[in-house]
Design a protein around this ligand. Structure first.
Ligand SMILES: CC(C)(COP(=O)(O)OP(=O)(O)OC[C@H]1O[C@@H](n2cnc3c(N)ncnc32)[C@H](O)[C@@H]1OP(=O)(O)O)[C@@H](O)C(=O)NCCC(=O)NCCS
Length: 330
């Protein structure tokens, strides 16, 4: 008979670079104001990777913190999955670079790119390997160096994004706890609403693409906003249905940190009080694939997640894509 093993999170870690860029700093770079950014997004400041650093460096720091937390050595890791919209290269995979940098010599490694939903997709994917019994220890990392892909003269996007990384270790758990449900989805008809047009096979880099700024993040903010509000509602509803829970059962909601107004709309819809939702967008901005694991780590460190809590993760992003996960904390 086909049977699967339960899967739980055995450790977590995160890393944000020390370099802070505040809204006031941005006021000196583009025509914007601290008041506008705070009111429209909830962001006060964001972290930027230091000169020469890239996504794999941030991912490595988060991975090491996660391994320390779990009390596991790098040699014990069977698989590394890195979710990122800002990988070091188109290839090789950032996961292979991390595999080498942490010394996980026994691990397979691959990347996943599904925009800001990346971590949820990677978590679901990593969980399948443990559930199937193929691997025992899977490291799932969300890592971004979006500051390298942002047009710092475009005020509509440059105030939104930040750099950082978060990691979790997945192992076999006990029945009735751990990762109990996932809901993943996509709507590719919205592919042009949030993209990095040039540098891939569709539009290879050229002097013309650079001249036109096509190697920077392009976003139609209002359309993405509307999608996000609708899809957070739908994804959370679906994942709760899948594990037989209701919004009242949610102990801690950890949403992707893209815009405080999107998060507030979800809280209102589900009747979730602010003390049950994790918000750190004010400090880090939108760190894409890294935002959910960073927020989850911080919430745990702050004692906001307890054993037995129903923790719901939800994210959305380029693709357009979306996903939610339900965890009974163990
Ligand atoms: C980007 C976002 C904050 C913009 O907020 P908004 O309320 O939709 O603002 P608009 O784009 O309608 O712009 C309103 C005005 O503010 C201006 N504006 C845009 N960015 C600005 C900035 N940083 N500072 C000052 N003014 C700004 C616009 O130019 C526009 O001016 P206009 O009316 O003269 O044309 C919002 O649309 C958003 O958060 N979208 C979702 C983004 C998201 O989640 N992305 C990640 C997905 S993973």
């Amino acid at each position: 008979m086909y049977s699967t093993r339960p899967v739980k999170i055995a450790g977590m870690g995160y890393y944000v670079p020390p370099n802070v860029l505040t809204n006031f700093d941005l006021e000196k770079m583009v025509e914007t104001s601290d008041a506008w950014i705070r009111e429209r997004t909830g962001i006060r400041e964001r972290r930027l990777a230091g000169r020469g650093a890239s996504t794999s460096d941030l991912a490595t720091e988060a991975a090491m913190a996660c391994l320390r937390d779990a009390g596991v050595t790098a040699r014990e890791i069977d698989l590394i999955i890195v979710a990122s919209a800002s990988p070091d290269y188109l290839f090789p995979a950032t996961a292979c670079i991390v595999q080498h940098s942490i010394g996980a010599v026994n691990a397979a490694a691959f990347d996943m790119e599904i925009g800001c939903t990346g971590f949820i997709y990677a978590l679901a994917t990593g969980a399948q390997f443990v559930a199937a019994g193929m691997y025992r220890k899977v490291l799932v990392i969300g890592a971004e160096c979006l500051s390298r892909l942002v047009n710092w003269s475009d005020r509509t996007t440059c105030c939104l994004f930040g750099d950082g990384a978060g990691a979790v270790l997945l192992v076999e758990g006990s029945h009735g706890e751990g990762l109990v449900a996932f809901h993943l989805g996509a709507d590719g008809s919205g592919k042009d609403l949030l993209s990095l047009p040039a540098g891939g096979a569709r539009m290879p880099a050229s002097s013309e693409t650079v001249e036109k700024g096509l190697h920077y993040i392009h976003m139609e903010g209002k359309a993405v906003f509307k999608f996000a509000v609708k899809i957070v509602d739908a994804a959370v509803t679906k994942v709760l249905e899948k594990c037989g829970k209701t919004p009242q059962d949610i102990g801690v909601l950890i949403p992707h940190q893209a815009n405080l107004r999107i998060i507030e709309s979800a809280c209102e819809r589900f009747g979730i009080s602010r003390d049950r939702v994790v918000v750190n967008i004010d400090k880090y901005g939108n760190t894409s694939s890294a935002s959910v694991p960073i927020a989850m780590c911080e919430a745990l460190h702050e004692g906001r997640i307890e054993k037995g809590d129903l923790v719901v993760l939800v994210a959305f992003g380029a693709g357009l894509s979306y996903g939610a996960a339900a965890i009974i904390w163990s």
